[in-house]
Design a protein around this ligand. Structure first.
Ligand SMILES: NC(=O)c1ccc[n+]([C@@H]2O[C@H](COP(=O)([O-])OP(=O)(O)OC[C@H]3O[C@@H](n4cnc5c(N)ncnc54)[C@H](OP(=O)(O)O)[C@@H]3O)[C@@H](O)[C@H]2O)c1
Length: 271
């Protein structure tokens, strides 16, 4: 799919590193096809040593001749970094942005280029089990959509959505979602400590239970409701716990949290 093509990364921090590592590990591209731009010489040397890719200080040099350019700087750096690409991109190059909150319109205004995919990854991408939602601008071709699927799969799962409003919804789900789960694990472990378990015992029990339940739900062909019913015996311990969670408004709290994140994503997008 990427034969004889160059892939560039503008900004090569932790997320770009995760994509580069995933692409090379899965042999989707060879290291000599990748060029990354990065201001710090130390990080450039680190990238070359770790992956064998080319790393350069100049954003425009990295982007020249590339068929895919991944925009991986922090959103607040974008107004300084992205104008470096003006007039330097192949006319049919694909830009894939992983910058949280940066809209298609903003990226087009900064780069002067309109073949853009906007994506929203999440922090579990750092360990290869990320969830990335993305949407493509009108000028993106079918082949470039397939390339996007492959590149974003280097971070874990990916899902195409039909427009930027859906990216705001995804921001409230996969983007902010890890924090909801971390908060749950924290409260779950605290409850274990309150019963008398040590902190390490409680944290291991909480973390591995969440990890196992998520993996089981992911691999199972049945619904999550069915899985929950399977562990809820009549009159048993789980039924008592679930009743307490419902009485304290767990579903409403989650619904309101997701709604609040969605509204905030829309508000920040307008700014
Ligand atoms: N981390 C996540 O889990 C996550 C989740 C969702 C979305 N994202 C998005 O992913 C993007 C990258 O995040 P990250 O965590 O990988 O950040 P990061 O580790 O800070 O990487 C950004 C890189 O850009 C470099 N940089 C700074 N100024 C530059 C410039 N003018 N030109 C080129 N490169 C420049 C930085 O170099 P220095 O270190 O030398 O400044 C750094 O290596 C962000 O836009 C973020 O919103 C990240």
């Amino acid at each position: 799919m990427f034969e004889n093509q160059k892939i560039a990364f503008i900004g090569a921090g932790s997320m770009a590193g995760a994509i580069i590592g995933g692409l090379i590990k899965r042999e989707l591209v060879t290291p000599d096809q990748i060029t990354a731009s990065e201001p710090r010489a130390e990080r450039r040397a680190e990238l070359t040593a770790a992956y064998g890719i080319q790393s350069v200080a100049s954003n425009s040099e990295a982007a020249q001749g590339a068929s895919v350019v991944v925009l991986a700087v922090k959103p607040q750096i974008a107004p300084n970094a992205l104008p470096d690409l003006r007039g330097e991109l192949n006319h049919d190059a694909l830009l894939i942005s992983i910058m949280a909150g940066a809209t298609l319109e903003t990226i087009e205004a900064l780069t002067g280029h309109n073949r853009i995919v906007r994506s929203m990854p999440n922090t579990p991408a750092q360990v290869g089990v990320g969830m990335t939602a993305w949407t493509a601008g009108e000028a993106v071709s079918a082949e470039q959509r397939r390339q996007t699927e492959v590149i974003l799969s280097a971070l874990g799962e990916q899902l195409e959505l039909p427009g930027e409003t859906y990216i705001d919804m995804a921001t409230a789900m996969n983007g902010s979602g890890p924090a909801y789960v971390f908060l749950f694990i924290e409260a779950f472990a605290d409850a274990g400590v309150r019963m008398g378990l040590t902190r390490p015992q409680a944290e291991l029990l909480a973390k591995q239970t969440v990890r196992g339940a998520a993996e089981y739900a992911y691999q199972s062909e049945t619904t999550v409701s069915t899985l929950r019913h399977q562990v809820t015996s009549p009159g048993g311990t789980t039924a008592a716990a679930v009743a307490a969670l419902e009485a304290h408004g767990l579903r409403t709290a989650i619904d309101q949290a997701v709604e609040a994140a969605f509204r905030q994503a829309q508000h920040l997008g307008k700014k």
